[in-house]
Write a protein that binds this ligand. Sequence first.
Ligand SMILES: Nc1nc2c(ncn2[C@@H]2O[C@H](COP(=O)(O)OP(=O)(O)O)[C@@H](O)[C@H]2O)c(=O)[nH]1
Ligand SMILES: [Mg+2]
Length: 327
Amino acid sequence: VVERQGVDVAALVRRARDGDIRAVARLISLIESDAPSMRAVAAALRGQPERAYVVGLTGAPGVGKSTVVSALVTALRGDGKRVGVLAVDPSSPVSGGSLLGDRVRMPEHATDDGVFIRSMAARGELGGLSAGVPQAVRVLDAAGCDVVLVETVGVGQSEFQIAALADTTVLLSAPGLGDGIQAAKAGILEMADIFVVNKADRDGADRLVRELRQVRSLVVSGAWRAPIVSTVATTADGIPQLLTAIGEHRAQLVSTGELERRRERRAASEIEAIMLSRIRARLTQVRTSGELDSSAVRVRTGELDPYVAADRLLTAVAADEADAATN
Ligand SMILES: Nc1nc2c(ncn2[C@@H]2O[C@H](COP(=O)(O)OP(=O)(O)O)[C@@H](O)[C@H]2O)c(=O)[nH]1
Ligand SMILES: [Mg+2]
């Protein structure tokens, strides 16, 4: 029995697979709490191939991401799909709270047990996205979600991370928010599989669409030409078209084999993030324990060369990890 913080993780996963929303919430809290808990959840989820389709939505604060997500949830629920929503706030040092509490953020879905809504803090030096969010997606997948929508604020590196995480990346913009796409960094435009111009009820939306068309013609993106979809999220105008665009992108990814490649890249960056965090933890450990200092003395006196010293300190990582794995 894998037990973390007094709970049987495997039992929680079984309950999550039965669609128990409290078990899902508990598992995501475990993922957020510490690395050993995250590891226990990962182990309990092993053997589960990815089924849920992951859509990342990013864009500047206020463009209407949450409103679009809510409208997408309504439309997907109308199609009988189970939907997970992860709202990731890279600037927040603390979790947004419980899954149940987060349902209040989308009151129209609060009583629907086919919808799982959760906000996650993306804390830590890794930016968090690369470590916790894929694991939370797996939990939602286990709970039978057909689609997982991940909302991230378009600041700093998070857009790049969401593009690495999602099957389809949707970049939202809206008129009246600074210089629109001028504000978006070129690299982010390249990440977009679909452009959404939200707040199409506002002045300047047409101009924004024209600007995006121009920018898109400069971005070489292979077989897929990212469509531009206009939406008014508050009235759900354009939301069916957005779902159609997502469906077409998915079909294209499946038919070219790109979906599997993307998911393998996602797993690769997840592994990298885990390795990096362990190496960082080991570095902190050798610093605080004095091992680094004593190695430094031996390098200074000529007893060790710095490469051998580094080898020795790193070998201990592998030994510690092997220990952790068998415990
Ligand atoms: N006029 C108009 N307002 C919208 C639209 N979509 C969202 N909003 C409003 O824009 C504000 C920010 O929306 P929100 O979804 O919280 O943006 P987020 O920060 O990107 O998640 C809210 O007051 C929404 O009601 C839209 O299509 N048209
Ligand atoms: Mg939001």
